[in-house]
Design a protein around this ligand. Sequence first.
Ligand SMILES: [Zn+2]
Ligand SMILES: [Zn+2]
Length: 309
Amino acid sequence: MRVEQEAMSTERMGTVGRTLGMLADTWTLLILQRAFLGIRRYAGWRETLNISDATLTARLRSLTDNGLLYTRPYREGGRARLEYRLTERGRDTWRLLLATWAWERSWVPRDVPLPDIVHLECGRATDVVLCCEHCGAAVGPQDTAVSISGMVAGRGGLARVHPRRTRGRLPEDPLSLLPGAMEIIGDRWGATVLGACLVGVRMFTDFEAHLSISPEVLTDRLRRFVELGILVRTEDAGYRLTDKGRAAFGIHACLVDWANRWQAADGAPVDLHIRHRACSHPLRVQLNCAGCGVPFTRAAVAPPKPAGP
Ligand SMILES: [Zn+2]
Ligand SMILES: [Zn+2]
């Protein structure tokens, strides 16, 4: 029943709403991350992610249905099985995953540090700088204009869908644990609230009016964002992004960019659009190496290995 409702409302949504419903999910992001590390078979994800069969099956189906993975048959022990490979649009999530990793590394304190981001072209352990692909300039949230048309948060659509919560324990290796970033993009509501903060929504009633979010879920996400130091309360009982919150713009911009590159190709209407004010072009994300200034390519990022012994 819930699945039907979700499918129905997804159909009516625009590019970013759809993407949030599909990609803003902790397990989905971890499955994709492992696919980049070369995992292709069901058992590979199950062993490295400590994920239940039901959850893994559902997420692989969602990724396949949405065109991020495709299946290829192989034989094992005389039985026909399927393996899963990244499609072009699946591989194109690398910027989102890289931006997520960079933000977590810079902003979320942890006992075991995340692996360094190594730019293979210059050989440096480095950070990423969000830039505009059109003009090459570095871009922060203050350099952009956002237009919203339609139902990003699914007025009349998403609001009726239960938030998908990650159940069960996440795997414990340092690569998998991105606790800060997963508060932001591990479920669609966190991602939606962050997006609203980035376009300047500050007051509880305005979040409610813009997002059509239930007061309970909204209260929960705002409280978590304050606990995590992404938002602070203001004197007029509103909310303001901290430096840490503003830095998460990179994650948001990559999500919106991916949505508008790929979901629009399926005929979904563009519901949220970020423009780089300096050059007036829609923001297509380019991630530059902070060390040498050269744009990262997917092949020039050293694949992360779990850190430590
Ligand atoms: Zn530009
Ligand atoms: Zn470099």
